[in-house]
Design a protein around this ligand. Structure first.
Ligand SMILES: [Zn+2]
Length: 69
């Protein structure tokens, strides 16, 4: 088992050594860990930002958007 600290909310979690995430974290600085609520929140925000960006992208420059696809 290993103790990890969420970089966003400082929550301490215990991870099973056999989890792929634990193996990944062991080879990287511990500050890369994010607990699942924070991870979900971040990925949701990222998706939201991406779709907003895409929306603007299509509206402002439809020709460039076609090139991009
Ligand atoms: Zn967290």
């Amino acid at each position: 088992m290993m103790r990890v600290k969420c970089v966003i909310c400082d929550a301490i979690n215990i991870l099973d050594d056999e989890l792929p995430l634990s193996k990944k974290l062991r080879n990287r600085p511990i500050h890369t860990y994010m607990c699942s609520p924070c991870y979900d929140r971040i990925s949701f925000k990222t998706e939201e930002r991406l779709s907003t960006g895409r929306f603007k992208f299509y509206r402002d420059s439809p020709k460039s958007a076609e090139d991009y696809l």
